[in-house]
Structure formats: C-alpha cells, structure tokens
Ligand binder design. Structure first.
Ligand code: TAP
Length: 482
C-alpha cells in the first residue's frame, strides 16, 4: 500500500553529553568500583558503543547499602514529610527542565522512538515525582493504617523496557515515604539512571538517599541477598521474580514483584472498529511490544474477525519502522541481540506449530536489531505464541463467539497483568472487568498510565501494586500491618 513519503526529521543528539565511562553513584558521588569490572552499553539501532559502565561487585553493593543505611539513620530518616516533599518536587521540575536530554538519551540507549520517550516516558516519570511529592506530608491521611513509617533501606531492580519510567515508579514512592534506595538499572539500559544521579546531585539530596549501582544479574542478586535490605521492589521477568521470592523466603524482607504478562485485547462485534484497530496497534506495537502489559493476544469476535484483520493489516503497512531518533518513527529497534533471538525463536515456533504468519514487509536498517511488525492468525490456545510472553512486536490472533468464551480464553494464561475490552455496552464492560483475572482492565482504550492509578498483577504477574495509594502502602509499615 502506498504511504505518504515523509522527509526525515531526526532529533539532534547534541543535547546529550556522554562520558566515555561511568562509575557508581554511591553516597552522593560517582566512585570507582572495588573489584568490579566494566561493560559496554550500545545503541541497539546502530550497534554503536555509547559508553562503558561499571559491573558492580558485591563489595560495591555493600558500600551502597551502607550509604543508604547511614542516610536513613541520619538526616533523611529525621526529615519531616513536608521537607522530603520539597526534594521530590525539585526532582520533578528538574526532570521537566531536562526532558529533551533524558528523551534523547533514553532513545539512544533503549532503541525506542523519540516520540515515545519524549511524550510518554519522560513526562510520566516527572508526573510520578510530582504525584508522590504531594503525598510526602500527608501519609497519615492516606488510609494506609495508623502511624505509617518507612521500612528503611529499599533495594530496587528494574528492567530495560522503560528505564527512566521504572526508576521513577520505584524511587518516587520510596522517597515520599522516607525510605532510602539502592537501585540497579538493567544491563542494557543504564544511562538514564546514571543521568538521574546527576539530577539527584542537582537537587542537593542528602548523600546516600539514592544510590545507583550498575551491573548485570549478579549485581541484582547481591542487592536481593544483602542482609541490611529491608524491602525489595523488583520489575522484570517471572523467572527472575520467582528466584527472588525463593531467596527472600524466611527472611524479614518485604517484597513487591511486578512481572510478565500475556494480555488479551478483546474486541466485540459492536465495538467501534477503527478505534479498536488503533487500540490493537497501540496495545502491541507501542515500544516495539516490549511492554509487560502489552495486548499481545487479540481476541476478536468471530463474525468480525475477517474485517478487523483486513483493517489491521492495512494500518500496519503505514507504520514507520526505523531510526528511533526520527520524529516520524512509530516502531524503533529491538533492545538487544538477546531479545531479538528470543522473538525470532518464538515466532519460528509459531510457524512450526501451524499458525499463519504475516508481517508488514517494511524495509529494515542494515545495522542494529530489528523485527518487522508481525501478526499470527489461526492461533490456537496451546501454541507457544499464545502462552509465552514474546515481548516483541508480535500479535497472536484468536477468535471467540460468546462473552463467556472470551473470558475463558482471556483467563487461560499463567499471567494476569492487564486486559482490554472494546464494546459499546457499558454493562458488558463492567461484567467483563469483573470476570477478567487481570490487575488492570482498559475499556475502549489501551496502555493508559497514570501515577494515581495502581498497577500490578494477579497470578504469575506478581504481587503488590505500584502507583496510587496502594503503591504507597508497599513502602510503609504501620501499627496495624507491622
Ligand atoms: P529480567 O531478566 O528479569 O531482568 C530484570 C532486572 O533484574 C534486570 O535489572 C536484570 O539485570 C536483573 N536480574 C537478572 N537476574 C537477576 C537475579 N538473579 N537477581 C536479581 N536481579 C536480577 O527481565 P528483563 O528481560 O529485563 O525485562 C523483561 C521482563 O520484565 C518481561 O517479562 C516483562 O513482562 C517484565 N516487566 C514487567 C513489568 C511490570 S510492571 N509487571 C514492567 C516491565 C517489564 P540484567 O539487566 O543485567 O539482566
């Protein structure tokens, strides 16, 4: 299908000032590792090396936890909520002021389109700090229980799909409630967390309140295992989440786990089809499908399936895949070679198991990690592509005849993070929301996020909520909940 030709409109990367290498941010300053090594972080769209970062050792994690403990026992632990709130407001405003720098850096390190980092990741990260800043002096009135108090030192481990945003989801509520933090960003996307360390300095936060240690899985494990961590907050895969749950079992550590998903996006025959098609595209092709709550299973009522499929494929042919820094780009690069191999392996399995594969046939850049927007039809519930999280731009289409069948199929997964329902009938939306075992149910929309709204899963999608008052409650202990 013919597309409008657009002239390229690349965002300048001059706003980003990258150092050739980075140390660890411990006790308010960048320091050298003790016994750790270094690794390179690359731009997944070009494979260009962006910088070298530290692979923190267990001794480094120990120093970071000690700094966080000192800060908790010192100025931060004694500070009033109103004063903590001022720091959070300051961080939020600095994030807004430096929004372009953060957006370009996120796109360089992650591969996501600039229009997403600019319009979604960075504004939402700032919004999380603003929202939690407002709570810092009102915790007594948040309905959390009697006399809410911080846990102490919180260990936080985050994934690569929304690096700055996941950092904000973790750090903002922890600080608002008076905890101190040791955070590890994902191995492939450490750079915006290191730039955030610069913001922490600029905001003049007391030393040790926020510590950033970069590294791979072993560094994350050292945080999880550290005896002086009071609470853990993890976002990542269900596999690693289960390992964490096993390693803290029997300890006094509290934990929230935000894990994977395999959401159903359910389209009824009375839905506004063109809007639903936009919702399907947003549901699975936003952020290259690297979204825990992505609408990766499309459940469409059988009598409209052909029409929806035709319109969807037509729409997908207009998606622009390519340079993430180009403001016209809709779908950017896959975050890493390892993730590209996983997507390739699962889509090959989909074909081998008998589903019909289609992609939009777009041209892909010669260098970097890329995958065409792909749709599988004729998918059955037992296929791996209907059961396993692909975490890429791949949609599996299944059909249903009755609302009961839609619910049964939607719930037929070990996960339970999110779902979408598209119908004109309000009563059906409410009935479906009640039946679906998912932490978030969107109605006639998809992938909408707000700091006031709790987010989290059922079953193997984890436990605990982030955002809203529910998210705050995970960071405090009260006289009623111990
Ligand atoms: P993981 O491999 O689980 O990695 C998540 C984080 O844990 C990374 O920082 C990782 O370090 C670290 N890690 C790895 N092994 C560890 C260990 N043994 N102990 C402690 N930390 C360890 O997931 P991922 O590939 O980065 O992210 C994709 C997954 O996250 C998907 O399943 C997705 O659904 C899920 N996710 C869920 C949500 C929510 S809110 N539910 C949000 C985003 C993503 P390295 O980077 O070095 O491996």
């Amino acid at each position: 299908m013919a597309k409008f030709e657009y002239a390229p409109a690349p965002e300048s990367r001059a706003v980003v000032d990258l150092a050739p290498s980075y140390g660890l941010f411990i006790n308010g300053e960048f320091t050298e590792s003790q016994g750790g090594s270094a690794f390179k972080t690359v731009n997944p769209a070009t494979e260009e090396v962006l910088s070298e970062v530290t692979d923190a050792s267990a001794a480094d994690v120990d120093r970071a936890v000690a700094a966080a403990r000192r800060a908790y026992n010192g100025a931060w632990g004694r500070m009033s909520g109103a004063d903590r709130g001022k720091y959070l407001f300051r961080i939020a405003r600095i994030l807004q002021e430096r929004a372009r720098e953060f957006a370009v850096l996120e796109t360089l390190d992650n591969g996501k389109p600039i229009k997403e980092s600019r319009d979604v990741d960075v504004p939402l990260a700032a919004a999380h700090f603003f929202y939690h800043a407002g709570w810092a002096d009102k915790l007594e009135y948040a309905g959390l229980g009697t006399n809410p108090r911080a846990h102490g030192v919180v260990g936080q481990v985050i994934p690569w799909n929304f690096p700055l945003l996941m950092l904000a989801w973790k750090i903002a509520p922890a600080l608002a409630t008076g905890n101190t933090v040791v955070l590890k960003p994902a191995e492939t996307t450490p750079l915006t967390a290191l730039l955030f360390a610069d913001v922490v300095q600029q905001a003049d936060l007391p030393p040790g309140v926020v510590n950033i240690v970069t590294g791979a899985g072993a560094t994350g494990q050292a945080i999880v295992d550290h005896p002086d961590i009071d609470k853990l907050a993890f976002t990542g895969s269900t596999g690693v989440g289960k390992m964490i749950a096993r390693s803290i079992a029997g300890t006094r550590k509290k934990a929230t786990l935000e894990l994977g998903g395999k959401a159903a996006n359910i389209i009824f025959e009375d839905a506004a089809i063109d809007q639903a098609v936009e919702g399907i595209v947003n549901g699975i092709f936003f952020n290259q499908g690297h979204v825990c709550c992505a609408g990766s299973r499309l459940l469409v009522q059988e009598n409209i399936a052909e029409d929806v499929e035709r319109r969807l494929k037509r729409r997908l042919q207009t998606l622009r895949v390519g340079d993430p820094l180009d403001k016209n780009t809709d779908v950017g690069a896959i975050n890493s070679k390892a993730q590209l191999s996983r997507i390739t392996e699962l889509t090959d399995a989909g074909e081998a198991e008998g589903a019909a594969r289609w992609d939009n046939g777009c041209e892909l850049p010669a260098k970097g990690f890329w995958f065409r927007p792909t749709v599988f039809t004729g998918v059955s519930q037992t296929h791996r592509i209907a059961q396993e999280e692909i975490f890429g731009p791949v949609l599996s289409v299944l059909t249903f005849r009755t609302p009961q069948e839609a619910v049964a199929k939607a719930n037929n997964t070990p996960y339970g993070l999110s779902a979408g329902v598209w119908t004109e009938k309000g009563s059906r939306i409410l009935w479906m929301a009640d039946q679906l075992r998912a932490g978030v149910v969107w109605a006639n929309t998809f992938n909408k996020f707000d700091p006031t709204s709790p987010f989290g899963g059922y079953k193997e999608s984890g436990y605990g909520r982030e955002g809203g008052r529910h998210g705050l409650s995970a960071y405090v202990t009260t006289e009623s909940n111990g």
